[in-house]
Design a protein around this ligand. Structure first.
Ligand SMILES: C[S@@+](CC[C@H](N)C(=O)[O-])C[C@H]1O[C@@H](n2cnc3c(N)ncnc32)[C@H](O)[C@@H]1O
Length: 279
């Protein structure tokens, strides 16, 4: 109630020109500030950004003067603009690309989760992977994270930010909410999966998340941390972001030498149930 009142007052003040419109909250700026505290510049470092979309983080990363900046995003022909329910054809090279202050920059279209292994490896090895707002669009999140792990140099850093489940009964567990329109347990309702459909189970109306048709899984916070460990990341540290109700999380982690866990309570060692290295 109070929140929606504040929102409306803000909108009026923005219209009157008293406040500047902004994307509240600017958590990407805060994640970048955290990176800058750890690595004030990126000299000599190869950086991969996944899903740059608007290029705002690309510009931030370029400002730290990396040795190279590689960006990869889903091919434009497959990008569905869920807010307008129309297919948007994005330019092959986004308009902001040429303005990036980086000598050695490249932009590729492709799905990092499903690129053939040889094409994935052709991207190179990186010292930093920046991946915000991407994981929950991907139907195989553990495999996605393992691919990022394999693309990092030893000692390389991942910055990951993701949306989390808002489901009041799921959020405190180590689990994943699968958003599948035909499932009864899904927060989305209705046949039209092109529309933004508010969740029915979110406790307060003003907290309601508009579940987008391109969101496939919403993990709990614990699930994300588990996946990170399962892949073999260490030094996993959460980055504090001002998102109400823990609806998103950000973290940074380092690729160590550890290869990840296998599953076995008996039987052969090493277990056949490993989290594999295959791409
Ligand atoms: C919600 S936007 C996030 C944009 C920006 N990084 C941010 O934090 O706001 C998700 C972006 O990731 C891209 N994306 C999602 N899955 C991807 C994948 N598997 N490979 C490459 N890009 C992906 C989408 O096309 C889109 O541009």
């Amino acid at each position: 109630m109070l929140r929606s009142l504040k929102k409306n007052v803000r909108r009026v003040l923005e219209k009157l020109g008293i406040l500047t419109p902004y994307d509240p909250p600017n958590y990407r700026g805060l994640i970048f500030a955290d990176l800058k505290r750890r690595w004030p510049h990126l000299h000599g470092k190869k950086v991969l950004e996944i899903g740059p979309k608007d290029g705002k983080d690309s510009a931030r990363l370029a400002s730290l003067d990396p040795e190279s900046l590689t960006m990869i995003d889903i091919p434009s022909d497959y990008t569905l603009n869920v807010t307008s329910s129309t297919m948007t054809v994005r330019e092959k090279l986004p308009r902001w690309f040429q303005d990036l202050p980086c000598q050695n920059k490249s932009y590729r279209e492709g799905n990092i989760l499903y690129l053939p292994p040889e094409e994935l490896l052709h991207l190179g090895q990186f010292d930093l992977i920046w991946c915000t707002g991407v994981l929950y669009h991907n139907p195989e999140p553990l495999r996605f994270l393992k691919r990022l792990f394999l693309l990092l140099n030893s000692g390389g850093r991942l910055i990951l930010e993701t949306s989390l489940t808002r489901h009041p009964r799921l959020k405190s567990h180590n689990c994943v909410e699968i958003l599948w329109p035909k499932s009864e347990l899904c927060l989305r309702v209705g046949a039209d999966d092109q529309r933004l459909i508010p969740s029915l189970l979110v406790p307060e109306a003003e907290q309601s998340l508009s579940i987008q048709s391109n969101v496939s899984h919403l993990p709990s916070r614990k699930a994300v941390l588990s996946w990170m460990e399962m892949c073999g990341f260490n030094n996993i540290e959460e980055i504090s972001i001002p998102i109400p109700d823990q609806a998103r999380m950000a973290l940074t982690a380092i690729k160590g030498d550890f290869d990840g866990f296998s599953y076995s309570n008996r039987g052969p060692s090493p277990s056949p149930y490993t989290i594999g290295q295959s791409l």
